[in-house]
Write a new protein. Structure first.
Length: 145
């Protein structure tokens, strides 16, 4: 018997999370295997983390117009952000309709599952407050989760 591809295994595991519930880092880390906000594997977006800029102001994610839309900041803490593998995975996911899990860090070891989100678009823009170029992605909540 051949094991299911890792992506299918992760998608099935992600279905166990309940939107609005709080999880430990150990629980989140079983799906989101890195400490960075964008987890991709072989160019495929797996999951996302945010704190809406409360803990890491260099990533000023925010709701845009409604609770169903988020402006998500790409990867890269200093200087102009690049089209690195993480940002490329988000850009490549734009318009595909594929939903990925999003977790919001509330405090050390406390993560709220915000449900599944799809990437609608991505753009490279100048952020005056940070005085640098940032990748900004528009996320929209999907019906699942």
């Amino acid at each position: 018997m051949v094991a299911a591809p890792i992506f299918l295994q992760m998608e099935k595991f992600a279905e166990n999370f309940i939107a609005g519930s709080i999880y430990s880092w150990d629980e989140v880390n079983r799906l989101h295997r890195i400490r960075n906000g964008i987890y991709q594997r072989n160019g495929r977006l797996i999951s996302l983390l945010t704190d809406f800029g409360r803990i890491n102001p260099c990533y000023p994610d925010r709701h845009a117009g409604s609770a169903e839309t988020i402006l998500y900041t790409g990867s890269g803490r200093r200087g102009d952000q690049k089209l690195d593998p993480q940002n490329r995975a988000l850009l490549d996911a734009a318009g595909t309709g594929v939903g990925v899990p999003l977790f919001n860090k509330l405090a050390p070891g406390k993560w709220e599952f915000l449900g599944f989100w799809q990437v609608l678009s991505g753009e490279y823009v100048f952020d005056e407050k940070q005085n640098r170029m940032l990748w900004k992605f528009t996320l929209q909540k999907t019906g699942g989760g």
